[in-house]
Design a protein around this ligand. Structure first.
Ligand code: MN
Length: 522
């Protein structure tokens, strides 16, 4: 046993060294206890690769430390498969590690029961459900750290499972990371999943990128040198200049949008300049435009107008004069940290107590309300500079958040109200296949039918909720399984308008009633 404890100390050191901020003594002890507990619980358990299961938990914990998470989240990360895979009683975990960590593990376990079944139409609802279900954002972050390691080891998983897991990663987890502003995680997940889902396209894009970066690379050093000289001449100090190549999957998506013309993608290579202040950002933009000719219509000020996921930076595309075109991204250190780690960088948990949960939750709820929510499109319009104003369907309470934030005296109570409010606005119901559909509260089977397809709505003849026949004005509740029966001869009735909640249903019903109305008035 003593030997195990010594080697566990080394393992813990390996994890904790990945986070810049040091851990408290209590935090170190907690993680050590969690490590020993997991080691024992999974002792007879191996991965598809044949490796001990503990390797997966160790790597998940490392991913969490890299994201800057605290000891409680890392401990929960070490224990995240204990309930599902070893059948250890919740009461034992509660006694050993307390309610907070038990809650995190239970949250991760619950999320694991939701499966993506390849119905693209409902992926948005599934993503929303993921967020709605994780009352604590740390649950989502553990899930993402877990998924990252599962993707890194996907080659060991049986072939027939690989594609489904990779698709789920592309459709659910990577966009989730993106919406939470966790760019590096988003990119890693995408590029790991890409070859499993689109092997041919992956090979093609890889070849194109290699060729492109060769072209840019020739003059890169010279260009970076003239940039450094110009900055020094203008007395801009403490800058950090780096160079990045666009991710493979992200290039692929843009390539599709640009009619498969790689020459229309200008941000394949980008120079990134990180400066101390916002003032420096605009100063550096001026210097760059003095040095190189900017491409018209490609100057994007995401500092004045952040992207919906909070991303801030100035982008400009320049002709370097040697035949290459390159994007330059200018931002502050804070913006850089936010862009890489997103919401995780705000989740600085004091050991035991969330430091700033309220503002995280407010920010998340604001994200939830925007029209661009999970559209899967990285906004890249030519103008770029459209502020992300909430649309008309934004619930009032979300619009009021910004003002009311200052007056919050009791964050705990506020949070609870907010959560209750969120659930008051939406219900999540399931198709018989287990796909999630989210609807406004008090929605009926009619709303559900139109959410699936207008043909189903237009020919609905009956509905079953949880296996029982119900009337069409039945109010749906969270978790209901809804089955719609159709008949070719069935038609919408004007009565439906009295209890329908969704705009889609109302519009479609009215459209199908219209010819009759005209007859009446004539
Ligand atoms: Mn796992």
């Amino acid at each position: 046993m003593a030997d195990t404890e010594i080697s566990v100390q080394d393992k813990i050191k390996e994890i904790t060294s990945l986070r810049a901020a040091p851990f408290s003594k209590e935090g170190m002890m907690l993680m050590t206890r969690a490590y020993l507990f997991a080691l024992n619980a999974h002792k007879n358990h191996t991965r598809y690769s044949g490796e001990p299961y503990m390797v997966h938990l160790h790597e998940t914990a490392k991913n969490l430390a890299k994201l800057g998470m605290g000891s409680h989240t890392i401990a929960a990360g070490l224990l995240h498969d204990v309930i599902e895979d070893t059948g250890i009683d919740q009461k034992i975990i509660q006694a050993e590690f307390g309610n907070e960590i038990l809650g995190l593990i239970e949250g991760v376990t619950k999320l694991g029961t939701l499966k993506y079944r390849g119905l693209k139409r409902h992926t948005e609802s599934l993503r929303k459900l993921f967020i709605a279900m994780s009352k604590d954002l740390r649950v989502l972050i553990i899930k993402l750290a877990d998924r990252l390691h599962n993707m890194q080891t996907l080659m060991h998983v049986p072939l027939h499972k690989q594609k489904r897991i990779a698709e789920e990663t592309l459709e659910i987890f990577a966009p989730l990371a993106y919406r939470l502003g966790m760019r590096s995680l988003n990119r890693e997940l995408e590029d790991l999943a890409f070859p499993y889902v689109y092997p041919k396209e992956h090979a093609e894009i890889k070849k194109m990128l290699k060729q492109k970066s060769k072209e840019t690379g020739v003059h890169l050093e010279k260009n970076l040198r003239s940039l450094q000289k110009a900055l020094a001449k203008e007395n801009v100090r403490n800058t950090h200049i780096s160079f990045r190549i666009k991710g493979l999957y992200s290039t692929y998506k843009k390539w599709l949008r640009k009619n498969k013309d790689i020459n229309q993608i200008y941000d394949i290579s980008a120079i990134r300049i990180v400066v101390p202040s916002i003032h420096d950002c605009y100063h550096v933009l001026g210097i760059i435009h003095g040095l190189w000719r900017p491409m018209p219509g490609r100057i994007k000020d995401y500092i004045a107008f952040p992207k919906p996921n909070g991303y801030q930076s100035i982008h400009t595309t320049i002709f370097t004069g040697d035949g290459s075109i390159i994007e330059v991204q200018i931002r502050t250190e804070d913006m850089e940290r936010d862009a890489e780690f997103g919401i995780a960088s705000h989740l600085i948990y004091k050991e035991g107590r969330p430091a700033d949960e309220t503002s995280n939750f407010v920010r998340l709820m604001q994200l939830l309300s925007y029209r661009t929510w999970f559209s899967g499109e990285k906004s890249d319009s030519q103008s770029g500079a459209t502020p992300h104003a909430p649309d008309a369907s934004t619930p009032l309470w979300v619009q009021q958040l910004a003002e009311s934030q200052a007056e919050i005296t009791e964050p705990q109570e506020f949070l609870e109200n907010l959560r209750a409010d969120f659930f008051q606005h939406r219900v999540f119901v399931f198709t018989p296949m287990g796909d999630v559909v989210d609807l406004p509260v008090d929605s009926s089977p009619i709303d559900f039918a139109y959410a699936i397809h207008s043909d189903i709505g237009n020919h609905i003849s009956g509905a079953k909720v949880n296996g029982k026949l119900v009337s069409l004005d039945t109010k749906l509740h969270n978790g209901d399984v809804v089955e719609i029966q159709t008949k070719q001869s069935s038609k919408p009735s004007s009565k439906w308008l009295e209890f329908c909640k969704t705009g889609v249903a109302k519009r479609k019903i009215q459209a199908s009633l219209q010819p009759q109305d005209q007859n009446h008035s004539a």
